[in-house]
Design a protein around this ligand. Structure first.
Ligand SMILES: Cc1cc2nc3c(=O)[nH]c(=O)nc-3n(C[C@H](O)[C@H](O)[C@H](O)COP(=O)(O)OP(=O)(O)OC[C@H]3O[C@@H](n4cnc5c(N)ncnc54)[C@H](O)[C@@H]3O)c2cc1C
Length: 393
């Protein structure tokens, strides 16, 4: 495997780096995007979004005709790598990563004209209404109902764990349009205006005190039929096609390295005796192990991109990437809490909290990362069956 950039990749990397140097405001570097920004950060964030959008870099991998930059898989990887190294805040969210590519591939001209420009300008944000209280890993069992009434669907049901629904303008949702068909074949994808009458969004506050999730109750919500993506009852296959758009998430691996280096900085600055003598060697060894894991995570990401570079589609390798990165993130946070001893229990707001309480926060926040986007058990199962050819049970 060749890790060095080609001449073109190296030139592109320099271009991205100098763009970041010239445009990324210092007060939004490494911000926690789940927290409300102060007004100065908000202004800085808008100007960062504007600079990216002007360059077509808000949706870097989209075709140019839809407002993207038409980056290849490798260019996009280099772009993400540089953004993550600079700790730049992520932009675009589910609009850019998920529903935009779906609309480009399956949407009609009217849907493209209405939604794509507002995604690439950063004007509109989206959320994903897939999970329900009884349907997560087995998503195809979802029960939210959409019943046709003339040129509208009437939607009833519940969605849950919807990241960012409280800030989103639109939701792309999966709803059951044919309850008599086999479960994968009776689902449609609908675009729902979050201001629709009968749509009630309620917050779910996580144990880290953050408002990330929500649940939504649909009571006779009317969704125009023109907001359906693709054919009726084909929504499952459209949703599944999203997986084709998945690209190696180098940002996770680089974030891990940053977190480990934060631990190293803290460890170097600890007063003598801050960590009890009998724990010292253990903690030191753990920090070293975490650094090794961050490097492994990077190599696993490189493997995924290398498969794509050669025109392949990562399969169980993407599961390895997700599984290892998310579990390593939990271990880094746990090592941080151990390193801080009793101070590891202090949160943001306490004047004695190390690193602004960020390590403690990430200890709590990373617990969810082995559930999101495919649980560790489900990913292990994919690796076992598809990667190793082991029987299902
Ligand atoms: C941070 C975060 C963000 C999220 N954002 C969104 C969002 O924006 N939109 C959205 O729609 N959803 C979102 N989700 C929900 C997420 O998709 C589901 O939590 C996930 O699919 C798991 O479903 P579940 O919680 O119902 O658990 P279940 O599927 O009920 O799983 C419960 C347990 O059983 C295990 N299990 C289930 N099936 C199998 C199997 N076949 N083999 C082995 N073990 C199995 C699981 O691993 C888990 O341990 C988010 C979740 C998290 C944590």
């Amino acid at each position: 495997m060749q890790f060095r950039d080609t001449g073109e990749e190296s030139a592109f990397r320099s271009e991205v780096r100098s763009f970041i140097q010239g445009n990324l405001p210092g007060n939004i570097v490494a911000i926690n995007q789940n927290r409300v920004m102060d007004p100065e950060q908000q202004t800085a964030f808008e100007s960062w979004k504007g600079a990216l959008s002007q360059r077509g870099w808000f949706a870097p991998h989209w075709p140019k005709e839809y407002g993207g930059a038409g980056m290849s898989v490798v260019e996009h990887f280099v772009f993400n790598e540089e953004m993550a190294e600079a700790r730049a805040p992520q932009v675009g969210g589910m609009g850019v990563q998920m529903i935009g590519p779906i609309i480009i591939r399956f949407g009609n001209d009217e849907q493209k004209a209405e939604h794509l420009p507002k995604i690439t300008s950063g004007e509109v944000t989206w959320c994903q209404g897939y999970s329900e209280p009884g349907s997560g890993s087995d998503l195809a069992s979802l029960q939210a109902r959409a019943v046709r009434d003339g040129d509208e669907y009437v939607v009833n049901g519940q969605k849950i764990w919807t990241t960012g629904a409280h800030r989103a303008n639109w939701m792309f949702m999966l709803a059951r349009t044919d309850p008599d068909a086999p479960k994968h074949r009776g689902i449609s994808m609908l675009l729902v205006d979050m201001k629709s009458e009968g749509l009630d969004v309620q917050p779910l506050i996580t144990m880290s005190g953050e408002h990330v999730f929500n649940q939504e109750f649909f009571t006779d919500v009317r969704v125009p039929v023109k907001n359906r993506i693709g054919e009726e009852n084909r929504g499952w296959y459209i949703g599944a096609a999203l997986l084709d758009f998945e690209r190696s998430n180098i940002a996770t691996a680089i974030g891990l390295k940053h977190s480990v280096m934060d631990l190293v900085t803290i460890a170097r600055g600890l007063k003598p005796g801050a960590v009890p003598r009998h724990d010292r060697e253990q903690v030191r060894n753990q920090v070293v192990e975490r650094l090794v894991e961050a490097s492994v995570a990077r190599l696993v990401s490189y493997r995924v991109i290398d498969i794509q570079r050669r025109g392949g589609i990562p399969n169980y390798e993407a599961s390895m990437n997700k599984l290892f990165g998310s579990e390593a993130g939990q271990r880094v946070a746990a090592t941080g809490v151990k390193l801080l001893g009793m101070y590891g229990g202090l949160v943001e707001g306490s004047k004695h909290a190390a690193n602004g309480g960020r390590i403690t926060l990430s200890y709590l926040a990373t617990l969810a990362s082995t559930i999101a986007a495919g649980t560790s058990e489900v990913n292990r199962s994919v690796i076992a069956t598809r990667g190793l050819g082991l029987p299902r049970s």
